[in-house]
Write a protein that binds this ligand. Structure first.
Ligand SMILES: *Cc1c(COP(=O)(O)O)cnc(C)c1O
Length: 332
């Protein structure tokens, strides 16, 4: 399959296939955010409440449920900054398929523990996601495992696209979507689904300035590696893969615009979600809120949908951020 062969039919097929393993998450209004940025309305898609705590279970289920009997028997393998690994471990556990997950040593211990608990074997190796990928490639050969990649795969993209399908089913009037962007599986899928349903919708990718791998790659017209730095949005770290075939061209084709968010802006958005909505989300999930709060995306008069992509955040780090704002504002 080529990137341009992906169609709405693949997204509807994915939605049917993954239903038993995936929650239909709520799409809730944020009047506070709408007032703050002059939007007609703002709705938050709570993938933070998704099974395993992130939307990644959608793509992982769509890929694993389309494996052949022979592939199921061999077992699957992936590398991941965390949420994709968790999703693969969950789906493999639910469907009785053996799974190996390779992670870099940047991935927090609590995430590694969770992946093990879900039933996968975890291999910790390398200082970056790219180095974890080298170990993964070695194990694919040595143990004849079936790769389930985090984003650059049409089944993964069609699975993530079901986020967009649900948003438009619930709120057909949405005309601006803000989507966190790292490897681009989520943005490619949501933008594809949204644009094929309603070509007038604008879809904006939200990257972190700490590691804007997709943005650099779009500028260069080919995959570009960027250095990894510590960030609150660790789920957005990592390159787009040197052999990228799907997400780079899909994002180039379907995304209308891009913005970058920095660390202090992520912190403020995390605090907003807690204070206004009692929502615990992770840094990566907060970037869409930050795009509105900072005015980097002009939402005046728009019906905005924001994907809050996950909730896997280390408790001490999270509490540290919230405490800082509470103390600065003098709240009890
Ligand atoms: C993976 C992930 C993203 C980014 O998705 P891509 O498909 O890599 O662009 C955003 N937020 C969370 C919580 C994630 O786990």
């Amino acid at each position: 399959m080529k990137w341009s062969d992906l169609a709405l039919a693949h997204v509807f097929a994915a939605a049917d296939r993954i239903r038993p393993l995936v929650r239909r998450t709520p799409l809730v209004p944020s009047d506070a955010l709408a007032d703050a940025c002059g939007a007609r309305s703002v709705h938050l898609k709570l993938e933070s409440l998704q099974n395993t705590g992130a939307f990644k279970v959608r793509g992982a289920s769509n890929r694993i449920l389309t494996l052949t009997d022979d592939e199921r028997a061999r077992g699957v393998i992936t590398f991941s900054t965390g949420n994709h690994g968790k999703a693969v471990a969950f789906v493999a556990g639910q469907t009785g398929i053996p799974a190996v997950v390779c992670v870099s040593k940047h991935v927090p211990d609590y995430r590694v523990a969770t992946i093990r608990r879900l039933g996968a074997e975890v291999v910790v190796k390398g200082a970056s996601q790219d180095e974890a990928e080298v170990e993964y490639a070695r194990l694919v050969e040595e143990r004849n495992l079936v790769p389930v990649v985090p984003f650059d795969d049409p089944y993964i993209i069609a699975g993530q696209a079901t986020v967009g399908l649900e948003m438009l089913a619930d709120r057909p009037e949405l005309d601006l979507l803000l989507v966190p962007l790292s490897g681009g599986g989520l943005l490619a899928g949501v933008a594809l689904a949204a644009k094929l349903i309603n070509p007038a919708i604008r879809v904006v990718g939200v990257s972190i300035s700490q590691s804007p791998a997709m943005l650099e790659s779009l500028k260069a017209g080919k995959p570009v590696a960027v250095p990894e730095k510590d960030t609150l949005a660790d789920s957005l770290l990592g390159g787009i893969g040197v052999t990228n075939e799907f997400t780079l061209p899909l994002v180039a084709h379907f995304a209308d615009d891009h913005v970058e968010i920095d660390e202090s802006e992520i912190e403020r958005a995390l605090y907003f979600a807690m204070k206004q909505h009692s929502l615990v989300i992770e840094g990566a999930a907060a970037v869409g809120i930050a795009a509105l709060q900072t005015g980097k995306v002009n939402a005046a008069g728009k019906s905005v949908g924001i994907v809050l992509s996950g909730s896997s955040i280390e408790l001490a780090q999270y509490i540290g951020v919230i405490r800082k704002f509470v103390e600065a504002n003098g709240e009890a």
